[in-house]
Design a protein around this ligand. Structure first.
Ligand SMILES: Nc1nc2c(c(=O)[nH]1)N[C@H]1C(S)=C(S)[C@@H](COP(=O)(O)OP(=O)(O)OC[C@H]3O[C@@H](n4cnc5c(=O)[nH]c(N)nc54)[C@H](O)[C@@H]3O)O[C@H]1N2
Ligand SMILES: Nc1nc2c(c(=O)[nH]1)N[C@H]1C(S)=C(S)[C@@H](COP(=O)(O)OP(=O)(O)OC[C@H]3O[C@@H](n4cnc5c(=O)[nH]c(N)nc54)[C@H](O)[C@@H]3O)O[C@H]1N2
Ligand SMILES: [Mo]
Length: 773
């Protein structure tokens, strides 16, 4: 059967970007927004405008009037929609009825307008006054026997101001339980990079991309998830810098791109090739890839030195700035090529070719995304990338460094201002100095630990500052039951989602302002601030009238709950909400890096927070940058032993923002109107007696518990993906991921290392649903 024979499954022949992207922007605006609102698009990422809620890629050096992208436009129009979810809507639908709706339909209904509380007698959400909601939430929190029985979740859209107040409240209340979306995302970076280079953030700036000689890209899909990065990659490609890609799937945007911003490309029709080298390793094979490149580099270096040359390593840098080189060398010597090829799925020639590109480039940037972090060995993966850069001194100088692509638009800022379950002593000391209360010292729960505590009845309350935790998490059924058993759950949100339907004894739904909206407090309109992937902090101010006059800002909601919970609080909550610049003054007092915070956000593009590794200052235990050997105990090179097993990566489609599904198309992968698919290599299908278009069940290989996790009746799509690897959409496939399947060092769920087997199924394809039997 040819590809075209299955409805909704075809091939996308064009480049990424192009007219398709512009059409999609127009459609997003028409489908969601009041036309008089669409002018807001011109304010995205402009100096006086608001920060795009789409992704964390930084703003360009010069602002163009079109500094937004297709998926940014979807994110903005989704928020600035003219559809509303009012008390009348909730009066019409019981919670049990809404539970049967799909995720798309729930959010598509529009913006939440009123604070609501769940009424068990009618199984409906009913309106409640803000003060009464705060009073009841505060009372329940005060009555908990132990502050550590409450969980304070944050998703990464919250501003620095909201996040700072949130952590301040929870810590004054008495806990470090801060599960957050970072725990499911770049935690391997937050844990791995500090051990390597002394800071858990990227070291490069946008300018470095214009000065580098080569870009190595591992496991990220920028045409969909960081579309504004395409302009940067395009510029590098146009000036002839090699772009070396490692991705099991052929992603169109990494192959070629047509810039909607370029009149010539759009009309004369020439797309720009992006990747000069496109390697397709096995899912989970990156540690093998990087070790292979380093092994090849060391061999080439030894040969060059033997021939009387200077060699290929930066020996001065290694001597003056690093520690652990001998151990790394020994590890590489002890790893056979056989093992490297088996694990990586690449040939020795491919790996040596990539090593040669790396050795030839004076200045190299490595960028990476979820293809690196969401693995059983995510932290080791990250550290191998750092090793690779350190070998040639590609760290802390112009045009070189490491670039983790952060997810949510302010996930990095939230961490910076204190959303972490493992705070440092120095930070807690500073909080105590400024506020006078005793900060809790015991480490708290990350996302997986929080779910486990709720499941086991050790935690009884969950507050969510945005997000859709139980849907984003592995083993969603376990998460759903855990949350239904709580004494209190509170969701601060813009739009209805499945989390809000997990009602327990006391469930509140508190609607907040979004980024696009004007936030007026006692002293007038307020700005908030955010930090992008490159540590740039800048202001964001919305201008649309709020979706409802009842909405409160996130900082105001957090302050409202805090005052009701802690009547004796030492924090001047009211004064902070009157004028957010007072919150920024407070942040500056706790974090000296924010010196002259209010003044510096007035600069164009804001200001950059200090990243010591960018100046070759290494705040590690050795005071040097550390070469770190992939932990042998964790067998980062191991493959699942089960016969016939394939390794599943769960990925995002082009029409979604995490658990928010905008539509069912995945244009660049040729999928239209459906999400019930699994991408498989054609030879892997043939080997199993399967064909393109067959309906299959996907069963996860047992994880040591009794559960069988099966994704029923999906369409097998023959795709350009490496042998042994398969891919399906997140969040529908989350039920295949066991809660216990994590990177042991960072706790990141292994959403991209799920061993599965395929079986031919009877019957038709149906909407994705995972059964636990
Ligand atoms: N429009 C839009 N923008 C977004 C988001 C969104 O959902 N929609 N989400 C935001 C968030 S929170 C995040 S974290 C980022 C996510 O951005 P990405 O990191 O790009 O996210 P994923 O879709 O998970 O895809 C990762 C890529 O890794 C590849 N991959 C899978 N397994 C492996 C592997 O083992 N090795 C390698 N080398 N590659 C692999 C996949 O083929 C895919 O191309 O995007 C942010 N921006
Ligand atoms: N299988 C699998 N699972 C994954 C991943 C994967 O690749 N594969 N990726 C993981 C990653 S990287 C992440 S970051 C997590 C994402 O996990 P979350 O951040 O928890 O999820 P989102 O889907 O981004 O949250 C969407 C909801 O946020 C609310 N919202 C939107 N804007 C605002 C706002 O301005 N304020 C407030 N208060 N609420 C708002 C809306 O109600 C919306 O329904 O998922 C993780 N889960
Ligand atoms: Mo993320």
């Amino acid at each position: 059967m040819g590809k075209k024979d299955v409805p909704g499954i075809g091939e996308y022949g064009g480049p990424a970007g192009g007219w398709g992207a512009l059409q999609a922007v127009a459609k997003a605006i028409r489908g969601q927004m009041a036309v008089d609102h669409s002018v807001i698009m011109l304010q995205v990422n402009q100096p006086q405008g608001f920060d795009c809620p789409g992704c964390a890629w930084p703003d360009p050096r010069e602002h163009s009037s079109f500094e937004f992208c297709e998926n940014g436009a979807k994110a903005v129009s989704w928020e600035a929609t003219n559809k509303r979810v009012t008390p009348a809507f909730f009066a019409e639908h019981t919670v049990s009825e809404l539970w049967e709706w799909d995720d798309f339909k729930l959010e598509f209904e529009g913006r939440l307008t009123h604070p609501m509380v769940y009424d068990a007698a009618t199984d409906k959400y009913v309106p409640i006054a803000w003060d009464e909601a705060f009073r009841r939430i505060g009372q329940i929190l005060r009555e908990l026997p132990d502050a550590n029985m409450a969980e304070f979740y944050a998703s990464g859209r919250a501003s620095n101001e909201a996040a700072f107040l949130y952590q301040l409240f929870a810590r004054e209340y008495g806990t470090n339980n801060f599960p957050d979306c970072s725990n499911m995302c770049h935690e391997a970076t937050s844990v791995g990079l500090p051990q390597s280079i002394g800071v858990g953030k990227g070291t490069v700036t946008l300018d470095d991309f214009y000065a580098c000689d080569a870009i190595f890209s591992f496991g990220h899909n920028p045409g969909t998830n960081h579309p504004r990065m395409m302009a940067t990659l395009r510029a590098a490609a146009l000036r002839g810098a090699p772009v070396v890609v490692f991705n099991p799937l052929k992603e169109r945007s990494l192959e070629r791109f047509k810039s909607p911003q370029s009149a010539i490309e759009m009309t004369v029709g020439k797309a720009v090739p992006i990747a000069t080298h496109y390697y397709q390793p096995k899912v989970g094979g990156d540690c093998g890839v990087v070790k292979g490149i380093m092994k090849a580099l060391l061999a080439a270096d030894a040969a060059a030195v033997a021939a009387g040359g200077a060699g290929l390593l930066d020996r001065d840098f290694i001597r003056d700035h690093t520690s652990g080189y001998a151990a790394l060398q020994a590890d590489l010597d002890g790893t056979s090529w056989e093992e490297i090829l088996e694990v990586s799925g690449l040939s020795r020639e491919q790996i040596e070719e990539a090593a040669a590109v790396y050795a030839k480039a004076e200045r190299v940037i490595v960028c990476y995304g979820m293809g690196i972090t969401q693995h059983r060995h995510g932290t080791s993966n990250v550290q191998q990338l750092a090793n690779l850069l350190l070998l040639r001194g590609n760290m802390g100088r112009e045009g070189a460094g490491i670039c983790p692509l952060r997810g949510h638009s302010n996930v990095q800022g939230d961490r910076t201002v204190g959303i972490t379950e493992i705070p440092t002593g120095g930070f807690l000391d500073a909080l105590e100095r400024v506020y006078g209360f005793q900060a809790p010292r015991e480490h708290g729960h990350g996302a997986v630990a929080a779910i486990e505590a709720m499941r086991d009845g050790r935690s009884k309350a969950l507050i969510c500052l945005g997000g859709n935790l139980p849907v984003a998490m592995s083993d969603p059924d376990v998460c759903f039951e855990a949350i239904r058993g709580l004494a209190l759950n509170v969701n601060i949100a813009t739009k209805l989602n499945r989390s809000h339907l997990l009602v327990g004894q006391n469930s509140f739904l508190l609607p907040c302002l979004g980024r696009t909206e004007l936030d007026v407090q006692a002293t007038g309109p307020q700005s908030v601030t955010v930090e992008d992937s490159m540590s740039m902090v800048h202001a964001s101010r919305g201008s649309l009238p709020p979706a409802s006059p009842e909405l409160k800002s996130e900082p105001a909601i957090v302050a409202g709950i805090a005052r009701a919970t802690l009547p004796q609080s030492q924090v001047p909550w009211e004064s902070y909400i009157e004028d957010y610049s007072r919150i920024r003054d407070a942040i500056e007092q706790v974090f000296p890096d924010f010196a002259r915070y209010n003044e510096r956000i007035g600069q164009p593009r804001g200001f950059r927070l200090d990243v010591p590794a960018s100046r070759r200052e290494w705040r590690t235990d050795t005071g040097r940058a550390n070469f770190l050997v992939a932990d042998a105990g964790q067998r980062p090179l191991a493959r699942p032993e089960v016969k016939d097993a394939l390794v599943l990566a769960t990925v995002r489609s082009h029409d979604q923002y995490n658990t928010t599904i905008y539509g069912k198309n995945d244009r660049y992968r040729g999928i239209t109107g459906r999400r019930d698919v699994i991408f498989v290599n054609g030879d892997d299908l043939a080997e199993r007696g399967l064909q393109h278009g067959d309906i299959v069940d996907v069963e996860a290989v047992a994880e040591g518990d009794d559960a069988r996790r099966v994704l029923r009746q999906v369409v097998a799509v023959a795709f350009d993906i490496s042998r042994g690897s398969v891919a399906a959409y997140y969040p529908e496939a989350n039920g295949l991921v066991a809660l216990s399947n994590i990177d042991g060092r960072s706790g990141t769920p292994s959403y991209k290392s799920v061993p599965v087997v395929l079986r031919k199924a009877a019957g038709e394809a149906r909407d994705l649903s995972v059964e636990r039997v």
